[in-house]
Design a protein around this ligand. Structure first.
Ligand code: HEC
Ligand code: HEC
Ligand code: HEC
Ligand code: HEC
Ligand code: HEC
Ligand code: HEC
Ligand code: HEC
Length: 352
C-alpha cells in the first residue's frame, strides 16, 4: 500500500506500459503525466492543470498488458451527475486523493504524504515521534471492533460523506474522519435494494466492484464476533499475496477447523468441502471468497461476505456461484445435484 501514487519524474520506472508504442486510446505523452496511480491491477495517469490533477483518458490493464479507455460513464458512480463534463472536469481532490494520501487538505489541496502512510491508520504522530508512549498514538488493536474495522473501511468501501456537498463540492471519501472516531458520523455506505443489481452491488447484496471489502465484511458473522480486517491481514507487509498473515488456507485455520466451535461442523476439512486434500475445491477461499468483484475488465477481487453463494442464487438473482465457476463444463444441474446429496449441507438453504 506504500507506493500506489508516484511521480514519474522522480520514479521514471513507475510507468509500466511502453508509451513510445502508439495506441489509439492513448492521446497523451510522458510529459503530460504528473502522477502515476497503481501497480497491481490497473494503472491510471494524472495531469496537472492549475492546482488540480485530472485523470487522463486511458488506463493500463496490468494483468492483460493492454490499454483500456478510462471514462467513468454517467449513470454509474453516484457522483457522475455532479461532474458531468468528462475527465478534465473531474479533479482528483474531491474524487480520489483522500484515500490515496495522508492529510489531504480540502482548502489548500496539499497533502503531508502521498499513499497510505502511518498516520492514516495510527492518527497524528508528531508528539509520538518526539516522546513515544502508548498514550499518544492510536493502536488499532486496542479499539473496539467497530472503530478497529473503520480504520480500514474508511478507504476500502463505496459510500458518500454525510455532509455532501462540502463547501460547494461533492466528495467521494470521508472528509474529516480520523482513526478512533466513528466512521458512521462522516460516511454512509452505498445503499442497495435487495433484488436489484446496481453499479456497486449484485442483487443479493454482495459487492460487485472493487474497493468494497468493508461493505461486504460488515454483513458477515465474523464482523459481529469481533474479527477485524487485521485478524487476517498485516498491512505492514507479510510477503504473502494480499498481505495475509499466513498463506490463505492457513489463515482460516487459525480460527477454524473440524473441532472448532467456529466451524466448519464436520469431522475433517475434506468432509466439509467434499473435495480431496490438495484439490482447488478444498480451499476455503475458493468457496467462501470467490473472485467476483470487478476491478478492470475480467479481473476481479475476492468477495468479503464469506457467505456461500448457492447455485440457486445464480439462477434467480444472476450472482455467480463458486461451484459453477469451476464446474462450468458440467453445467448448473451437476453442482445443484451434488449439493443435494451432501448430508452436512442444508437442502433448504441451498434452494434459496
Ligand atoms: C493501513 C493501515 C496501517 C498503516 C498505513 C500502518 N499501520 Fe501500523 N498498525 C496497523 C494496525 C491495524 C496495527 C495493529 C495490528 C497489527 O499489528 O497488524 C498496527 C500496529 C502497529 C505497531 C504495533 C505493533 C505491535 O507489535 O504491537 C507499530 C509499531 C506500527 N503499527 C507502526 C507503524 C508504522 C511506523 C507505520 C508507517 C511506516 C505504520 N504502522 C503504518 C495499521 C497500519
Ligand atoms: C488511506 C486509505 C487506506 C487505508 C486506511 C487502508 N487501505 Fe488498504 N489499500 C489502499 C490502497 C490505495 C490500496 C491499493 C494498493 C496497491 O495497489 O498497491 C490498498 C491495498 C490493500 C490490500 C491489498 C494489497 C495487495 O497487495 O493485494 C490489502 C490486503 C489492504 N489494503 C488491507 C487493508 C487493511 C487491513 C487496512 C486497515 C488496517 C487498510 N487496508 C487500510 C488504501 C487504504
Ligand atoms: C474511498 C476511498 C477511495 C477513493 C475515493 C478512490 N480510491 Fe482508488 N483505491 C482505494 C482502495 C482501498 C484501493 C485498493 C482496494 C481495491 O481496489 O479493492 C484502490 C485502488 C486503486 C487503483 C488500483 C491500484 C493497483 O495497484 O492496481 C487505482 C489505479 C486507483 N485506486 C485509482 C483511483 C482513482 C483514479 C480515484 C478517483 C477517481 C480513486 N482511486 C478513488 C480507495 C479509494
Ligand atoms: C480471527 C479468527 C478467525 C479467522 C482468522 C477466520 N475466522 Fe471465520 N469465523 C470466526 C468466528 C469467531 C466466526 C463466528 C462463529 C460463530 O458463529 O460462532 C466465524 C464464522 C465464519 C463463517 C460463518 C458465516 C459468516 O457469516 O461469517 C464462515 C463461512 C467463515 N468464518 C469463513 C472463514 C474463512 C474462509 C476464513 C479464512 C479466509 C476465516 N473464516 C478466518 C473467526 C475467524
Ligand atoms: C467446496 C466448497 C466449500 C469449501 C472449499 C469450503 N466450504 Fe465452508 N461451506 C460450504 C457450504 C456449501 C456451506 C453451507 C452454507 C450455508 O448453509 O449457507 C459452508 C459453511 C461453512 C461454515 C458455516 C457452517 C458451519 O459448519 O459452521 C463455516 C464456518 C465454513 N463453511 C468454513 C469453511 C472453512 C474454514 C473452509 C476451509 C477450511 C471452508 N469452509 C471450505 C462450502 C465450502
Ligand atoms: C477472515 C479473513 C479476512 C478478513 C477478516 C478480511 N480479509 Fe481481506 N483477504 C483475505 C484473504 C484470504 C484474501 C485473499 C488472499 C489470496 O488471494 O491469496 C484477501 C484479499 C484482500 C484484498 C486484496 C484483493 C483481493 O481480493 O485479492 C484486499 C484489498 C483485502 N482483502 C482487504 C480487506 C479489508 C479492507 C478487510 C476488512 C474490511 C478484510 N480484507 C478482511 C482474508 C480476509
Ligand atoms: C476452485 C475450483 C472448485 C470449486 C470452487 C468447486 N469445485 Fe468441485 N471439483 C473441482 C476439481 C478440480 C475437482 C476434481 C476432483 C478433485 O480435485 O477433488 C472437483 C470435483 C467435484 C466433484 C466430483 C466429480 C467426480 O466426477 O467425482 C463434485 C460432485 C464437485 N466437484 C462438486 C462441487 C460443488 C457442488 C461445488 C460447490 C459447493 C464445487 N464442486 C466447488 C474444483 C472445484
Amino acid at each position: 500500500m506504500a507506493n500506489v501514487v508516484r511521480d514519474p519524474k522522480t520514479h521514471p520506472d513507475a510507468i509500466l506500459p511502453d508509451l513510445s508504442k502508439p495506441d489509439p486510446l492513448v492521446k497523451f505523452t510522458k510529459d503530460d503525466i504528473a502522477f502515476v496511480y497503481g501497480s497491481k491491477w490497473k494503472q491510471r495517469y494524472f495531469t496537472k492543470k492549475g492546482d488540480d490533477y485530472f485523470p487522463l483518458g486511458a488506463q493500463w490493464d496490468i494483468t492483460h498488458q493492454v490499454w483500456r479507455s478510462y471514462q467513468v460513464a454517467s449513470g454509474t458512480d453516484w457522483w457522475t451527475p455532479f461532474y458531468p463534463g468528462g475527465n478534465m472536469q473531474r479533479p482528483t481532490g474531491p474524487l480520489c486523493d483522500g484515500c490515496h494520501s495522508v492529510n489531504y487538505n480540502i482548502e489548500t489541496k496539499t497533502v503531508t504524504e502521498w499513499n497510505v502512510g502511518c498516520e492514516k491508520c495510527h492518527g497524528p504522530g508528531a508528539s509520538h515521534s518526539e516522546r513515544p508512549t502508548r498514550a499518544n498514538i492510536v493502536n488499532p488493536v486496542r479499539l473496539d471492533f467497530v472503530r478497529a474495522n473503520d480504520v480500514c473501511i474508511q478507504c476500502h468501501s463505496q459510500g458518500q460523506p454525510l455532509a455532501n456537498p462540502i463547501k460547494g463540492k461533492y466528495y467521494d471519501w470521508p472528509v474529516g474522519f480520523e482513526v478512533g472516531k466513528s466512521l458512521q458520523d462522516f460516511w454512509k455506505l452505498e445503499e442497495h435494494k435487495l433484488g436489484q443489481q446496481s453499479f456497486t452491488h449484485f442483487a443479493d447484496g454482495t459487492a460487485h466492484k472493487n474497493r468494497m471489502q468493508g461493505n461486504d465484511f460488515i454483513t458477515s458473522q465474523m464482523y459481529t464476533h469481533g474479527v477485524t480486517c487485521f485478524s487476517c491481514h498485516d498491512v505492514h507487509g507479510t510477503g504473502n499475496n494480499a498481505e495475509v498473515l499466513k498463506p490463505a488456507s492457513l489463515t482460516c485455520l487459525e480460527c477454524h477447523g473440524p473441532n472448532s466451535p467456529n466451524g466448519p461442523h464436520a469431522s475433517t476439512i475434506e468432509a466439509h468441502t467434499h473435495h480431496k486434500a490438495g484439490s482447488a475445491g478444498n480451499e476455503c477461499i475458493n468457496c467462501h471468497m470467490p473472485k467476483i468483484e470487478q476491478t478492470i475488465a475480467d479481473v476481479n477481487v475476492r468477495a468479503h461476505t464469506f457467505k456461500f453463494i448457492t447455485p440457486a442464487t445464480t439462477e434467480t438473482l444472476k450472482v455467480p456461484n463458486p461451484c459453477g465457476t469451476c464446474h462450468a463444463k458440467e453445467g448448473p444441474e451437476f453442482t445443484s445435484k451434488a449439493l443435494r446429496n451432501w448430508g452436512n449441507v442444508s437442502g433448504w438453504r441451498m434452494a434459496q
